[in-house]
Design a binder for this molecule. Structure first.
Ligand code: PNS
Length: 165
């Protein structure tokens, strides 16, 4: 039997956006399985805890749970990849402005762990302006995020911001 190819999709996902969802669904045409690695970094001051982010992403991909696994990680990405025995890291590229940061990360990861390859997918044009930080600028003021995040995240944002009031 052919070996299953798994890719690691790391990020903060604070919160998951339609941009991320699009990258995952397109990557499923290329890879057999995806491990979504949610960075747990208490110093970074996230809106949702790592556990909340994992739960929300699992909910979003519930129907694909045989192929999409969601876990938290802390520390170095390459160490997490090693632990999972994955050597391809997936990242979405929105615009040229993402390139510098992404290239730095890809090269750093490669120098830390030469067997790691970074695989980039260009974000679909209609999602190219969406970012988690933009969502967090709009949602607390009651602005519509319907076009930016899936319904499970819309609900979670509503709860989060009403709890924070
Ligand atoms: O969604 P983000 O915030 O752009 O994701 C960034 C992430 C989580 C992929 C990156 O910060 C990361 O991998 N952090 C773990 C530490 C690490 O290994 N950094 C890469 C070497 S520079």
């Amino acid at each position: 039997m052919a070996k299953m190819k798994t890719v690691l999709f790391p990020g903060s996902f604070d919160p998951l956006t339609y941009g991320h969802v699009d990258i995952v669904s397109r990557a499923l045409h290329i890879f057999d399985n995806i491990v979504i690695g949610v960075l747990s970094n208490p110093q970074k001051g996230s809106l949702f805890t790592a556990e909340e982010r994992v739960e929300l992403i699992r909910e979003q991909f519930f129907d694909l749970k045989e192929r999409v696994v969601v876990e938290t990680f802390s520390g170095l990405l390459v160490e997490f990849a090693k632990e999972k025995e994955i050597n391809v890291v997936l990242r979405g590229l929105r615009a040229i402005s993402d390139f510098d940061y992404e290239a730095q990360m890809a090269l750093m990861n490669k120098s830390l762990s030469p067997e790691i390859e970074t695989f980039f997918l260009m974000t679909r044009e209609k999602y190219s302006y969406i970012s988690s930080s933009l969502v967090k600028q709009v949602a607390p003021f009651g602005g519509s995020v319907q076009e930016l995040v899936p319904p499970v995240i819309q609900q979670a944002l509503k709860h989060k911001y009403s709890a924070l009031k």
